[in-house]
Design a protein around this ligand. Structure first.
Ligand SMILES: [Zn+2]
Length: 164
């Protein structure tokens, strides 16, 4: 999933709870990608195969770690669960667009994905100036807009409540 589509997950979770700062949820929604850059720098993940950041097993580890740390910091387990779901949503959105994602580092098993990028004919090597790229961008920005709209609606509702 593109960067803006991932942000939608942070917005969506923020629309569920007003106790968690939006910035925390946006970082959570991007946490797996942050891990990718870290492990890619260490030479352990590559653009084609990224088990340390993007396997199902590690996505669960990142979600539990991120949610757990947040729960400990604020002493609210429900909020930790919401942060964990924002972290894991990254993997859920990625399995939607990719053909496969690894099960866990060191294992050869792959989890089959929906493969939206392949279905739309999108290739990173020829990104730009073609219909598949346009469709993928519409998907990315469409999700972003939807998430943002939910979040703004929630902000307005909270503002009204504070006034009333
Ligand atoms: Zn990703």
């Amino acid at each position: 999933m593109g960067p803006f589509g991932h942000m939608a997950a942070g917005f969506a979770v923020r629309a569920k709870s007003n106790r968690i700062p939006l910035v925390v949820l946006l970082v959570a929604a991007y946490f797996i990608e942050i891990m990718y850059f870290l492990f890619a720098a260490l030479g352990m993940d590559t653009p084609r195969y990224a088990p340390w950041s993007h396997s199902l097993g590690m996505a669960l580890v990142w979600a539990i770690a991120g949610g757990g740390l947040y729960a400990l910091a604020v002493k609210k387990w429900r909020d930790g669960l919401l942060v964990a779901s924002a972290v894991f949503a990254h993997w859920a959105l990625d399995i939607l667009v990719w053909d496969t994602l690894p099960l866990a580092p060191g294992l050869s098993q792959q989890i089959p994905g929906v493969g939206l990028y392949r279905i739309l004919g999108f290739k990173f090597e020829v990104a730009g100036g073609n219909l598949p790229t346009l469709l993928v961008t519409i998907l990315d920005l469409g999700l972003f807009t939807l998430g943002l709209a939910f979040c703004i609606a929630r902000f307005r509702q909270e503002k009204r409540k504070r006034k009333g």
